[in-house]
Design a protein. Sequence first.
Length: 279
Amino acid sequence: MKSITWNAAKSKKCLVVPKSYDHKYSRGVLGVITGSAQYPGAAVLSTKAAVATGIGMVRFYSSSGLAHLVLHESPEVVVQPGAVTTWLAGSGIVEDRFDDYTTWLRHRWFKVIERQSVPTVLDAGALGLAGKLSQPTLITPHAGELSRILKRLGTNVSADEISDYPIEWASEVANQLDVTVLLKGSKSVVVNSEIQIQLPAATPWLATAGSGDVLGGIIGAISASNEIEILNSNTRFAEIAASASFIHDQSARLASKGGPISASSIITRIPEAVRKILG
């Protein structure tokens, strides 16, 4: 199994620069099912981050309330269903679909993921779909969420233990569920059955509300423009997850300059981070 560290040069290989013959559909279409009545900001942050990363189109699936919030911040987002090249689902949605009526309504949207079998990124409330889909799947848990997944698989291990041995526990889930795992933390790792990636330590200022929603948008955007590559390579999804995490950290460092940041401020620096990586 390949075990590698990640950097800007490797990230550049996952970024698809548009050609003169490209159009919005050929550049990738990301279908987004994020945010809820409890956490509406996740919908805004994930879609806005995807747009900032560079993509042909973002389609947002939701009720009118969340859609209005998204369109207020990103009017270029499309709120009509249609074909997509990647799904991003779960950020800002509670995993227990019976938590309340509005959560149940958000979970109903997950059914459309099975109808278009394209690469799929699962976070937070959609992690329960891991291992149940036929398409290439990337999950993005933090240590606490990975602990809950392992418990469902019959292994009791704490979040602290996972943080001590991230590659080992992420690999356990990746192998059992046949998915790619991005285990988020101060030193994130990405693993599947064929590759292990260790990311550089991220700036501690990234530990702020909404940061993970921004990361999801970046991953989704890059994945949407790499659909064919993901379908034809067992390592491409892992490489994209690592590249997105690298861009996420670089954007945060540009926003921070040694001081505090917000998730929204990270998004404003994504285009600059991408330009620097492209050279």
